[in-house]
Design a protein around this ligand. Structure first.
Ligand code: ZN
Length: 100
């Protein structure tokens, strides 16, 4: 199981959201089951964009809206995962089990 930003409320639903209840949405399928050739290509393009090579010549406004949205979603999910890992690390430290 892994957690992602709620797809029903886009992370803004709070305790009233029936899917996430204000937390992140649990996903019970293997992440690999969501893999498609298109997603693989988008991640490859994102790797190149992070290295400074955009998929389409020009600036941000020349890129496809779907690619720009893909990058935004992946960056938001990565930031959420980093926040979760930091919080988990802090809890371990508070319990005296953290790495120093
Ligand atoms: Zn929700």
């Amino acid at each position: 199981m892994f957690w992602r930003t709620c797809t029903a409320c886009n992370g803004a639903g709070g305790a009233g959201c029936e899917v996430c209840g204000g937390d992140r949405e649990p996903v019970f399928r293997c992440p690999a089951s969501h893999h498609t050739p298109e997603i693989d290509a988008a991640f490859l393009a994102m790797d190149w964009a992070e290295a400074g090579v955009l998929p389409v010549a020009g600036g941000l406004l020349e890129q496809s809206a779907s690619f720009v949205q893909f990058v935004s979603i992946v960056q938001a999910e990565r930031a959420a995962i980093e926040r979760e890992e930091r919080a988990r690390s802090e809890r371990r430290k508070e319990m005296g089990h953290g790495r120093q």
